[in-house]
Design a protein around this ligand. Structure first.
Ligand SMILES: [Zn+2]
Length: 131
């Protein structure tokens, strides 16, 4: 049985998923420190962990990017000992979530703009400190 890594959840999601997009309760999940050996899921293995100050932003960007893909390209072993690529359809709720976020923005425009401005000034402060 393959082992997988937990995906950092998007703040608006309650359902847990793995880095490769599986529902967390349906597969075996291990901590990053235990993610070793030949049974590692290849997609989870290829995921780059970002632990820097903008980790949440990078993880959200990656999660949204993955969610917008309609399929993923995976590889499976062939009888001849090679690898064959195949496509797996992805059913990700990201488009419905983005529509809901847009609806929330329309209903709470002033609060949204204040939060965006606060995030931008926080980013500017972090950027100034890093330079
Ligand atoms: Zn996986």
């Amino acid at each position: 049985m393959k082992i997988h890594l937990m995906r950092t959840p998007l703040p608006w999601r309650t359902e847990q998923a793995t880095e490769c997009g599986m529902l967390a309760h349906k597969v075996k999940i291990v901590q990053a420190k235990d993610f070793t050996g030949g049974q590692r899921c290849s997609i989870c293995r290829s995921t780059v962990k970002n632990e820097g100050p903008n980790a949440l932003l990078h993880q959200m960007q990656a999660a949204i990017g993955r969610g917008l893909q309609s399929y993923r390209i995976l590889k499976r072993p062939t009888k001849g000992g090679g690898l064959k690529e195949y496509r797996r359809r992805v059913n990700d709720p990201i488009l419905f979530e983005l529509k809901a976020l847009a609806d929330l923005v329309v209903r709470h425009r002033e609060e949204f703009e204040k939060l965006v401005a606060a995030n931008e000034s926080e980013q500017a402060i972090q950027g100034a400190g890093a330079g």
